[in-house]
Design a binder for this molecule. Structure first.
Ligand SMILES: [Zn+2]
Length: 84
């Protein structure tokens, strides 16, 4: 009996595959509309810079130019100076 145990395991695996295959045939996946990419046009003069506040979590966000060469984050409103 112990000689058959590997074969019984393989048989069980094949049985499970047959069951899932039959289930997939019975319930084919519905056609789903593909996700549509959304494109945005950034404001002129904006730059993608890293924002190191906890709100933006060091992610790269859009920054508007501010006075004296500083940049204001559009995500949290923090103004960082110069080369951010
Ligand atoms: Zn920010």
């Amino acid at each position: 009996m112990s000689d058959l145990s590997p074969y019984l395991g393989a048989l069980a695996a094949l049985g499970a595959m047959a069951v899932t295959w039959a289930a997939r045939l019975a319930h084919p996946p519905r056609h789903q509309a593909p996700d549509v990419a959304t494109f945005i046009t950034p404001e002129p003069g904006t730059r993608w810079l890293a924002c190191h506040t906890t709100r933006c979590a060091h992610m790269t966000t859009r920054h508007r130019p501010a006075a004296d060469g500083a940049w204001t984050c559009t995500g949290c409103g923090t103004t960082s100076g110069g080369e951010a």
